[in-house]
Design a protein around this ligand. Sequence first.
Ligand SMILES: [Zn+2]
Length: 277
Amino acid sequence: MARSLPLPTWPNGADVGVSLTFDVDAEAGWLGVSDAYEDRLATLSEGRFGIVRGLPRILDLLAERRIPATFYVPGDTVERHTDAVRAILDAGHEIAHHGHRHLSGDRIDADAQRQELEQGLEAMRSQLGLRPVGYRAPGGRLTRTTFELLVELGFTYDSSCMGDDRPYVEEWGGSSLLELPFHWSLDDWPHFGWSLDAGAAGPADQSAFLNVWLAEFESALAERRHVTYTMHPEVIGRGYRMATLRRFLDVIDDTATVCYLTHRELAGTVTVTSPDG
Ligand SMILES: [Zn+2]
């Protein structure tokens, strides 16, 4: 179930809202799929590329454009690459929760789902001194159990669901939570992500990717709504793809006055009304 909300009005005469979000999966993105990846050094090294090359490139671009962004980070990444994650925080961006070991909620029991959330929170508290307010499910696999735990643990918003293309309230059982929706077409992984095991067709032409993202931007502009774009440092952080991201920002900034917000800021612009009005 879901409940619609009024569209936010954008500050300073902006025409449209955009959130750039980055899931910093690093090694956890693979290790969360299977422990067998512990011995797959080449695969793990691709996750590490996101930290070594992707993340600095992303932070440089965001600083140059003065764009605040939201980074969804597994606790494992916080512990494994603490300095790199601290650099995100020091640059003024939002850090949000993305599990601990990047385990898919639908493949683990209720106790393990609670552990994923609590260990991720503890990693952020102990290493960074912060308490995240937002959550995105690893692999987009949000379960009823995790949803109820998010409400119990006091999270402000989730960004795992696709029930609307505007911020809305996601409702399951008796629980409800602000949803800042994402979509697979607006995620870099289905366009460029590839693995030895998945048997996918292979990375897309970057111009096709650019066209999809621009087309969605134009539709959001026409409706004066908001779009969330989702990226992974190891995916978008390759040199030619960063050039495409830069071109994307050039075009949308030439087209309209864009209000860039973190998800936490977006949540602050949304008026969550009660079910009765
Ligand atoms: Zn992820």
